[in-house]
Design a protein around this ligand. Structure first.
Ligand SMILES: O=C(O)CCC(=O)C(=O)O
Length: 284
């Protein structure tokens, strides 16, 4: 079934605001299947790690690079996701990574203000020719720590980032000025809705102090010509083997395969510390 809810008609809004929300990008059945698979998938619990925010809450995620045949990858390789990314970036895309974001009730931590390219830049990508699609697997509300974005902030281009807790955080002087000029938007979503956002869009989210989990899947696509000059998994510049949209439901409850190349917390922190702590020295 070839159907794409994201069309060329959405491009002017993406260009102007740095993001677009598409309601029901996943059907309720698809979102429920992916959520249920993830919560029952031992590989998710084994390969997830916590990042501390500045308030001592922990935000939990599992991140992997090369898409496989699991149900999450059937989504990230689906025509509707890949062709939307190709439309936005203007060419063939690879899969940089996907991550399952798991904000548990009363525990899930905040994400500090940042641009994704603020730290992907340090991974050797010369151009911010990358786009993220976040699909809500559960409802995202103000109470459970939905994403917040600064509308139009991608036009500022990349700003400096330093370590904030165990995360990469944007230069707050710039963020505070941005908030005086541009609108802060709370991205509330129902399960299945998607947020498409630019690699330089400033975004954050609050801790989840509610009784309801907030889970989402964020898939990041990179233009295949944007080959990083530092070693990064080849999936980011290898054209994705697309599958039809109905492959998600056809896959059924299939979790991660044994060869999935997950990121570990140690590697994530070592890299951020090496690159972002250098920024602090330069900034001082
Ligand atoms: O899921 C969230 O609340 C924020 C995630 C985020 O900012 C990111 O992955 O870059």
């Amino acid at each position: 079934m070839k159907f794409n809810p994201f069309t060329a008609a959405h491009l002017p809004a993406f260009e102007k605001d740095g993001y677009v929300i598409i309601k029901n990008f996943l059907s309720k059945e698809e979102a429920q299947l992916m959520y249920q698979t993830a919560i029952d998938d031992d590989a998710v619990s084994k390969n997830s790690f916590d990042l501390n925010d500045t308030q001592g809450f922990r935000t939990r995620l599992a991140l992997w690079y090369t898409p496989g045949d699991d149900v999450y990858s059937m989504y990230s390789r689906s025509e509707k996701a890949v062709e939307a990314a190709e439309l936005i970036l203007g060419g063939t895309v690879g899969h940089y990574h996907s991550k399952l974001m798991q904000k548990e009730p009363h525990k899930g931590g905040a994400w500090e203000w940042h641009q994704d390219y603020g730290y992907w830049y340090n991974n050797g990508f010369l151009f911010p020719q990358m786009v993220s699609i976040m699909v809500a697997l559960t409802e995202a509300t103000k109470e459970n720590g939905c994403m917040q974005v600064i509308r139009g902030s991608h036009k500022m281009d990349r700003i400096n980032h330093n370590m904030t807790g165990e995360q990469a955080g944007a230069d707050m002087e710039k963020v505070e000025e941005a908030l005086k000029k541009m609108e802060l938007v709370y991205v509330t979503l129902e399960a299945g809705d998607a947020l498409f956002f630019h690699a330089n869009l400033l975004h954050r989210s609050n801790a989840n102090l509610s009784d309801k989990a907030r889970w989402s899947l964020i898939s990041v696509y990179n233009l295949v010509s944007n080959v990083p000059y530092k070693p990064e998994p080849a999936s980011c510049h290898t054209p994705i083997q697309k599958v039809s949209n109905d492959a998600i439901i056809r896959a059924g409850k299939v979790g991660f395969g044994d060869s999935t190349d997950f990121l570990s917390k140690e590697v994530d922190l070592k890299f951020k510390e090496e690159t972002l702590l250098n920024n602090s020295v330069i900034d001082a």
